[in-house]
Design a protein around this ligand. Structure first.
Ligand SMILES: NS(=O)(=O)c1ccc(-n2ccn(-c3ccc(F)cc3F)c2=O)cc1
Ligand SMILES: [Zn+2]
Length: 259
């Protein structure tokens, strides 16, 4: 069923996944008065490498779209990472029409209309499946979407949505698409903390790298996200509010790469 709409939604996930109440869950609110500038993050800059040939296909996962990659030439290292991570997929989370919620992370309690996640796995492990539940297994870059000018690059991905109308539907991407297009103009400034997958199985395996600067997309593009379809207790309908609200930070400090 639909993990956001069945039962009490995210607040009930702990019944089947006790780790939902764990010590390093995600997403969280980023209270900018409590983040800590770490000069080491600036001393060893985050290196984000994407290629034109790294996106193979797009699938409707039933809770988002997902652009999958074999990771060729797409690697992440430096900053908070002690290893090289390889790109596996990107997807997003978003809200409802005329609502301000939609992102998973919030900044000083404020939500963005949507949030993009670029998922990478630690190449010290054999493959994604092996890395996904290890404490240093994954690194996810989060990019907030804000309403503004159109983003033609993301539009190329959205043009495929009509081809994946239902859960499990998948099509090949037969044009070059470089996920680097989805990085904000300034990707030096980010926050980082140790967290988890934001949907079941909620593994506490993610080093989060949350870009401070949002990416502008048009209001129409935010609306197009909701043209994807998912199953609900009342039948197939538009996909929206596929986000987990922030959970307690517990005993963690969010570090900033900037002063
Ligand atoms: N929203 S997010 O924190 O970026 C996020 C949330 C959930 C996942 N997720 C859920 C199941 N899996 C998964 C996929 C393949 C696999 F072999 C094992 C998994 F757990 C996964 O990667 C991946 C990313
Ligand atoms: Zn996500």
């Amino acid at each position: 069923g639909n993990i956001y709409l069945s039962g009490a939604g995210p607040s009930a996930w702990h019944e089947e996944y006790p780790v939902a109440k764990g010590k390093r869950q995600s997403p969280v609110d980023i209270n900018t008065n409590k983040t800590k500038f770490d000069p080491k993050l600036a001393a060893d800059p985050l290196t984000i490498r994407f290629s034109d040939s790294c996106c193979q296909s797009i699938v409707n996962t039933g809770i988002s779209f997902q652009v999958t990659s074999n990771g060729a030439g797409c690697e992440l290292s430096g900053g908070p990472l002690d290893s090289t991570y390889q790109f596996a997929q990107f997807h997003a989370h978003w809200g409802a029409y005329l609502k301000t919620t939609g992102s998973e992370h919030t900044v000083d309690g404020v939500s963005y209309p949507a949030e993009l996640h670029l998922v990478h796995w630690n190449t010290k492990y054999d493959d994604f499946k092996d890395a996904v539940d290890k404490p240093d297994g994954l690194a996810v870059i989060a990019v907030f979407f804000k309403r503004g000018k159109e983003h033609p690059g993301f539009g190329k991905i959205q043009d495929l949505f009509s081809k994946i109308p239902a859960k499990g539907a998948k099509v090949n991407i037969d044009f070059e698409f470089n996920p680097g297009l989805l990085m904000p103009p300034d990707s030096e400034n980010y926050w980082t903390y140790l967290g988890s997958l934001t949907t079941p199985p909620l593994y506490e395996s993610v080093t989060w790298i949350v870009m401070k600067e949002p990416l502008e997309v048009s209001v129409e593009q935010i609306a197009i996200l909701r043209t994807l379809l998912w199953e609900t207790p009342n039948g197939v309908s538009q996909m929206y509010n596929n986000f987990r609200p922030p959970v307690p930070l517990r005993d963690r400090v969010i570090r900033a790469s900037f002063g």
